[in-house]
Design a protein around this ligand. Sequence first.
Ligand code: NIG
Ligand code: FE
Length: 395
Amino acid sequence: MSTFLLSNIGELTTNARLDADPCGTILDAAVLVREGRVAWAGPRTQIPDAMASDDLTGVTVVDAAGGAVIPGFVDSHTHLVFGGDRAEEFAARMAGERYAAGGIRTTVAATRAATDDDLRRRLHALVAECRAQGTTTLEVKTGYGLDVETEARLARLAAEVTDEVTFLGAHVVAPEFADRAEAYVDLVVGDMLDAVAPHARWVDVFCDEGAFTAHQSRRVLEAGRAAGLGIRVHGNQLGYGDGVRLAVELDAAAVDHCTFLSDDDVFALAGSRTVATLLPGVEFSTRQPYPDARRLIDAGVTVALASDCNPGSSFTTSMPLMVALAVREMRMTPAEAVWAATAGGARALRRTDVGVIAPGARADLVLLDAPSRVHLAYRPGVPLVSRVWKDGEEG
Ligand code: NIG
Ligand code: FE
């Protein structure tokens, strides 16, 4: 059913700017979906004349029963293809250990040992988990293979579930290259990039302590760009560093984490097109301080929220949880957080067809079992997502 009228919506978040409201809120609204796209969205009293007359014949009317409708979440940062888990590492952290980049190698070993079918089964289960919680657009990274064959394998698997595949061969230095980081970067920008680029849209690098230096990161990003990939960066997660500066200089679509930012970093972001993607699941799961979203928003930076779902630093697929954490811990208003988890994610992927409910956009819609989007933060941990449509198809 990709043609229908979703009506009796108590509160519609369109993200199509109406006056000063960035969420473009319409009360008592309806959305007309035709062939998987939004044909019209507006007040229910203004359902187009055509709809009110004969043309309504044959168009199914879905009753939202006064619930809130928001655009499907755009989760612009995940690492969903991996083997094993790291529950023990999490438990050790909760007993006082510190999070470090080196834990990634534990997942690399488990991922290399897994068969395609194992990885596929886990990936599809996680994607289903995302969808049930309202995520309709997903970015998925490689980065747990760190050799040519496994990175290509992970990219092919990721491409089965999304067009937004990111090559993250430069996640950490592969175990075989201990103390030979430059040689590993040679491999990443050479054979590994050649093998992965045909399946990917983006290149990413972890520019932080215990991962890659600014110089090494630049090599990876420039090689990726020369291969036709767009740029994203993991930066400023574990301490102050060069990630943001590099991302802005290279016009990256997004720099993700942004936990430790200098005033210069904030200033650079504010004057750029680069989105700051905040990942509060990481701070929740590592007990690091949360990034200060208020400081970024007040400076004029575009902020996105994403789950960073991965087995080490944030093993959750829940975008509603990200909204709740952002509101409670990062000084975002509920409206800002919902915008960042939908339209913000779309900006971080440089997409205009998602994250918005407006004519021409994909009909990616989430109906909440709640009268307003505020409930996503007000009722944390409660499964409020009641129905999800992607491209006008439910499920
Ligand atoms: O985004 N920061 C680097 N990568 C992941 C963590 C991966 C892991 O610990 O396995 C992240 O937090
Ligand atoms: Fe990440």
